[in-house]
Design a protein around this ligand. Structure first.
Ligand code: G3P
Ligand code: CA
Length: 254
């Protein structure tokens, strides 16, 4: 090949590389309360649906109830999601198990979720209720030592930052993510003190600039709850590390 043809070929290759669409930012997709867009939130069915959809991690919420167990439920009150009424924390396990959720599901315990999940995805345990850190760490440790789970299978998160400090006291190596509905930059100090791995902000508070600043400070950003295609694309363009999604297949498909 003569030199002129070689130069033309090289120029064409460089031009084509420059005009190619950039590879979209990889997103870590977390099934929110399982896959609550498809099945009743925080149920075994919702967890199973998220596994089926192929997520690498599922998020659930936990409360400690009056008889001492940790149950997987989002609301303070059972009124909206069940046929009962009153604060979930005031119920015994027998009373919780007597409640029916939409679709004829029951509220599971944390152990029931761990047994059903059986290490098929990682699990983000959101400490939704008070006094949930100690029992969550104890149960997770038990599943690590007896059921083949590893520390890497778990992330603990909470809006109740004192619960996260308790997790860190009890478990120096467990992954912690700091949840916030406020300016995510205000969570950096706490994330540092907790030796957290991530700050998890509300997506309406996320900007390209605060994501860059949080990355610069050494933390990942997983934002909640991002369900619409245009918001998923926007968060991706802001370079968040991952999203919580009620319809995980929408984000996995993008
Ligand atoms: O962990 C992300 C997200 O679940 C936090 O908000 O209210 O859905 O528990 P919420
Ligand atoms: Ca949650």
């Amino acid at each position: 090949m003569n030199i002129k043809r070689l130069l033309t070929l090289l120029t064409a290759l460089i031009m084509s590389a420059c005009t190619q669409t950039p590879k979209p930012q990889e997103l870590f997709v977390i099934g929110h309360r399982g896959a609550m867009g498809y099945e009743t939130e925080n149920t075994l069915a919702s967890v199973e649906k998220a596994v089926e959809l192929g997520v690498p991690m599922i998020e659930i919420d936990v409360f400690k109830i009056a008889s001492g167990e940790l149950v997987v439920f989002h609301d303070d009150l059972v009124d909206k999601l069940t046929d009962g009424s009153g604060p979930i924390e005031e119920l015994t396990l027998e009373q919780v198990k007597a409640l029916t959720l939409e679709g004829n599901h029951q509220i599971p315990t944390l152990e029931e979720v761990l047994d059903a999940l059986d290490k098929r995805t990682a699990l983000n345990i959101e400490l939704k209720g008070a006094n949930t850190a100690g029992d969550s760490v104890r149960i997770v440790r038990q599943y690590i030592s007896e059921k083949g789970y590893t520390e890497q299978d778990f992330v603990f998160s909470s809006f109740r930052w004192p619960e996260l400090y308790r997790v860190r006291e009890l478990a120096p190596d467990f992954d912690i993510a700091v949840l916030t509905g406020e300016d995510p930059l205000d969570a950096i100090k706490t994330a540092k003190a907790l030796k957290a791995v991530a700050i998890n902000p509300w997506y309406k508070r996320v900007t390209a600039e605060n994501v860059a600043a949080i990355h610069e400070a050494g933390f990942k950003v997983f934002t909640y709850t991002v369900n619409e295609a245009e918001d998923i694309a926007l968060m991706r363009s802001y370079k968040v590390d991952g999203i919580f999604c009620n319809y995980p297949d929408r984000a996995l498909a993008q």
